[in-house]
Write a protein that binds this ligand. Structure first.
Ligand SMILES: *[C@@H]1O[C@H](CO)[C@@H](O)[C@H](O)[C@H]1NC(C)=O
Length: 510
């Protein structure tokens, strides 16, 4: 290319990249959302805290899983031992949030920090102290704490004693943990969620065997133990009833005094039928029902979804009258973690299901492509495509199925990064892909609200790059870049974009 043309191209490209940062370059503004709307960022304890042996914390299931002498579990062989060292740097991290101008922060409490031996031991005062300091630091900056009780990590003690979620005993332990947290923090915490993505925890832990406790059976995988056809349903039953136990405690002992709300957070993929046939349309509906309503129907309506009952019959447990009574406490809101959309194809009537997919029991096969064309621009993560319409459809689906219960988008974000050891910090800081993603998805959330959905908040996953489970530190979702050598945090272009978005009031700008 001739030098002059090249320079012009560079000039245009840099102008375009700067335009993304200007508030009026985007069609979406803070003023498109209600004044009381919560805007924040999200994280979870194991992914950011580190300090895994400090403050009298016990080992969690994730500490044990990542340290096990089994190769290939985590892509870069890493663990959350240090992660972002948030345990020591929480004050600095609250300051990062303050500089973004957010009014809320979603984080989770490490169960093993607060109750190292579950209900078989004492409350750990150092664990309580850490979260007290974090909560007070947030409130000092006008940032509302939005707290998840369980985001995958549990004390290993409960796994070793009775098999954790496989046993009904976990309901008592979770109730005790919740009670301790409401008592210690509920004077200041007004938003609680019981579980983060239990639909993912159960599928990965007990069907695919990829997360702790790594249980599965063929064709899903070859694990040391497990039964992929049965255990996901046993553990879901205990999760749903653990939720009900915690909500009953909150509603009977705390809510009238503390005046907070309690809900649950689900992982949501939107499914489009691969072809416009009744079979594929039903397959997409089944894939959805086997994901979100699997947990939320029992909580809201007292039983598993009819779509699941039809396929699984007696493999799904039933709720006893006492369990139904407890489920009557329901929830106050639904948290939606949403990232991507996939195609679903029928494999009940048509050709067989590909073996070992998470949607196999739903008799649906999922794919990211139709005739070789991806459903949206790809991201740094396999099977994660940019499809902004999906969030509007998902919110609308949940709105209709649950009579417009209040909703929060508790996670939405964009993964980039590369192989371990190849850190192109400069490119990663210049994250135009993330800006376009967030802009596109927020636009669709605003549209769903205009069309009547009761969405009350939105949290970007994540505040900063962190330990991304099986991907270790190779995938980055942060608005802040983390240099894992120095633990320095640096704002990406998207942090600046979010800050400017939060200051954008359409009428003032015009
Ligand atoms: C931490 O654990 C040690 C050993 O069990 C104990 O002696 C100490 O009192 C604990 N510290 C606090 C503050 O509970």
């Amino acid at each position: 290319m001739a030098g002059k043309a090249w320079r012009q191209l560079v000039a245009v490209a840099s102008l375009l990249s700067v335009l993304w940062l200007l508030p009026w370059a985007s069609a979406i503004h803070r003023s498109d959302f209600p004044v009381s709307f919560l805007f924040g960022t999200a994280t979870s304890s194991y992914q950011i805290e580190g300090a895994y042996l400090e403050g009298n914390k016990s080992l969690s299931n994730w500490d044990v899983f990542t340290h096990a002498p089994v190769s290939g579990r985590i892509k870069d062989g890493s663990a959350g031992d240090i992660a972002d060292d948030h345990y020591h740097r929480y004050d600095e991290d609250v300051e990062l949030m303050n500089s973004l101008g957010v009014n809320a922060y979603r984080f989770s409490i490490s169960w093993a920090r607060v109750l190292p031996e579950g209900r078989f031991g004492r409350v750990n005062p150092l664990g309580i102290e850490f979260y007290n300091k974090l909560i007070d630091s947030l409130l000092l900056k006008g940032i509302e704490p939005f707290v998840t009780l369980n985001h995958y990590d549990i004390p290993q003690e409960l796994e070793d004693r009775y098999g954790a979620w496989l046993s009904a005993e976990i309901q008592r332990d979770f109730g005790h943990f919740a009670d301790v947290c409401f008592a210690a923090f509920g004077d200041r915490v007004k938003y609680w969620t019981t579980f983060n993505e239990p639909n993912v925890a159960v599928l990965t832990g007990y069907m695919l065997g990829t997360y702790p406790p790594a249980r599965c059976s063929p064709p899903f995988g070859s694990c040391a133990g497990g039964d992929s056809d049965a255990e996901p349903y046993v553990t879901t039953h205990n999760v749903v009833l653990s939720h009900a136990t915690a909500v009953e405690i909150y509603k009977r002992k705390y809510q009238s005094k503390q005046k907070g709300l309690i809900g649950i957070v689900m992982y949501t993929t939107w499914y489009e039928p691969l072809t416009d046939t009744p079979e594929d349309r039903l397959a997409a509906e089944r894939a959805l029902a086997f994901s979100v309503p699997w947990f939320v129907d029992p909580i809201v309506y007292g039983d598993y979804p009819p779509e699941m009952r039809q396929v699984l019959g007696s493999r799904l447990p039933t709720f006893s009258p006492e369990e139904r009574r407890k489920l009557g406490y329901k929830l106050d809101f639904i948290g939606i973690n949403h990232y991507t959309t996939l195609y679903a194809r029928d494999c009940m009537f048509s050709s067989g299901c590909p073996l070992g997919q998470g949607t196999q029991h739903a008799l649906a096969a999922v794919t990211g492509e139709r005739n070789g064309v991806p459903i949206g621009p790809p991201t740094g993560r396999p099977m994660f495509y940019v499809v902004p319409d999906g969030i509007e459809k998902m919110v609308t689906y949940i709105m209709r199925r649950y009579n417009n219960l209040p909703m929060f988008v508790t996670e939405n974000g964009y993964p980039d990064g590369g192989e371990a050891g190849h850190d192109h910090a400069k490119d990663l800081l210049h994250d135009q892909g993330r800006i376009q993603y967030l802009d596109g998805y927020l636009t669709k959330v605003a549209k769903a609200i205009r069309d009547g959905a009761d969405v009350r908040g939105y949290f970007v996953w994540s505040l900063m790059d962190n330990f991304e489970w099986l991907y270790g530190y190779t995938l980055r979702y942060g608005l802040y870049y983390v240099d894992y050598q120095t633990l320095e945090r640096k704002p990406k272009s998207s942090a600046l974009w979010y800050k400017r978005f939060l200051q954008s009031f359409q009428h003032e700008a015009q």
